[in-house]
Design a binder for this molecule. Structure first.
Ligand SMILES: Cc1ncc(COP(=O)(O)O)c(C=O)c1O
Length: 435
């Protein structure tokens, strides 16, 4: 299961990367490949190997790489200037499109990354409510800020609601500002909200946590408890926004938060993210509305960048076309069903979880409904599988298949063939030899 062969040019780049980058990488994927280009649902490495791409740049390339409409929009904008700091038409139009599409969005503030959007969403909730603590869910990913790195992926989970930091370098005091609850346990989350409501500035949740769908009633229970105490409920829709539906996970699951964060798809492959939500909460960003004392300063050099905004607008235009979501869901459904069938037939302790635009194999049997359930997964088997898929020309992240509008029948065929071969290899490797 060696990787596809790397030529001299790629090997030299990998060597240079090891010299100048910590761990030889940008920190995202392992530094064992250098991508040269992407088109549609395929990417190529520097050695010319071709891959069906389920990484999609970690999600932004939902309509595929180099979509001609996005390219045309970007190429028209670039000779007119690439950043201004001041308002620009395209950023304003993108904000208006978000307000039209996303149920909770009455006002929008742009930033450049999902990490920033989540950090500001928590801050604006705290400022609005005048309380310091944030309730988040164990295993929930909200970027890389000090607060978000509490109980994201603890190797030794603590006792709820105690936070466990996932990184050195975070002041001890931060852990006391976070309250951690188990995802999909509505009773526990509501009881923590009731118990701590007087200290809580906001509740932040991925409405679909990594690969885990919310159990029926879970999001509504959070909604009700937050409403009862006047606590802003934040949906992190950096992944799900415009992916699960045009209105995001809040439209898909039918529960409207007070604030949400968006990223990935809305920037069309460029750095752009946003905080969106209720007008009275977003007024914290408006000195004229809330006055000097309550005003929340928020500035970013590239916020609302016009190149990113035109790429985002062009992407959303493609997604509004009839049949776009139906096609992504049909592709994802076919892949999920095909992979599930092969795993079941082989009797491997593995299952497919997620929704058609975003799913993966979890290497554990039985119900998996929260982070601790995911920890039961066989990490070694996951690594072997992913390596086998890479060697068969499938590009994916460690724990996600992102499906795009560009994936076609040939991509599905190739992928199911590669998964079938990986299943067979796994069965052969784990078969107990006859005595
Ligand atoms: C749910 C969620 N929130 C926030 C982020 C952070 O976004 P970014 O990588 O743009 O900082 C991510 C990134 O994958 C994410 O998946």
């Amino acid at each position: 299961m060696n990787d596809l062969p790397h030529g001299d040019e790629e090997l030299a780049l990998l060597e240079l990367a090891r010299r100048v980058l910590p761990a030889g990488s940008f920190g995202n994927l392992a530094g064992d490949i250098v991508i040269r280009e992407g088109r549609g649902a395929r990417v190529w490495d520097v050695s010319g190997n071709e891959y069906v791409d389920f990484l999609l740049g970690s999600g932004p390339m939902f309509i595929g790489h180099c979509h001609p409409d996005v390219m045309a929009a970007v190429q028209a904008q670039i000779p007119r200037g690439t950043t201004f700091f001041a308002n620009n038409e395209h950023g304003i139009r993108l904000a208006a499109e978000i307000v039209d599409a996303v149920p909770c969005a009455e006002k929008v503030r742009f930033v450049s990354s999902g990490t920033e959007a989540d950090a500001y969403a928590m801050r604006v909730a705290r400022a609005f409510r005048g309380r310091d603590k944030i309730l988040k869910f164990e295993g929930g990913y909200h970027g890389m800020s000090d607060y978000s790195l509490m109980s994201l992926a603890p190797k030794r989970p603590g006792n709820f609601p105690q936070a466990v930091p996932d990184s050195p370098g975070i002041p001890r005091s931060v852990r006391d500002e976070m309250i951690i609850a188990p995802f999909n346990d509505a009773a526990m989350a509501v009881s923590l909200i009731n118990e701590h409501h007087d200290e809580i500035g906001g509740v932040i949740v991925e409405p679909f946590q990594r690969l885990l769908p919310p159990k029926p009633g879970f999001l509504q229970a959070l909604r009700d408890a937050c409403t009862e105490h006047g606590i802003p409920l934040i949906f992190d829709e950096v992944v799900t926004g415009f992916r699960f539906a045009y209105g995001g996970a809040q439209a898909f699951f039918g529960v409207t938060p007070d604030l949400c964060t968006l990223g990935k798809i809305i920037g069309g492959g460029f750095p752009l993210a946003a905080i969106a939500g209720r007008e009275d909460i977003m007024a914290q960003f408006d000195r004229g509305k809330v006055g000097d004392d309550r005003f929340l300063t928020q500035i970013g050099t590239l916020s609302g960048n016009p190149v990113a905004a035109v790429a985002g607008l062009a992407t959303l235009e493609v997604l509004r076309r009839p049949g776009a979501y139906e096609k992504v869901f049909a592709t994802g459904r076919e892949l999920m069903a095909g992979i599930s069938g092969m795993l079941a037939k082989a009797g491997l302790p593995a299952q497919v979880i997620g929704v058609p635009p975003l799913f993966d194999i979890v290497y554990a049997s039985g119900d998996v409904e929260n982070y601790r359930g995911m920890l039961r997964g066989d990490v070694e088997m996951q690594r072997r599988f992913n390596r086998r898929l890479r060697a068969a020309g499938i590009m994916k992240g460690e724990s996600k298949f992102y499906v795009s509008l560009a994936h076609d029948a040939a991509d599905v065929r190739h992928t199911l063939g590669a998964v079938g071969a990986a299943v067979e290899a796994e069965v052969a490797e784990t078969r107990v030899p006859a005595q």
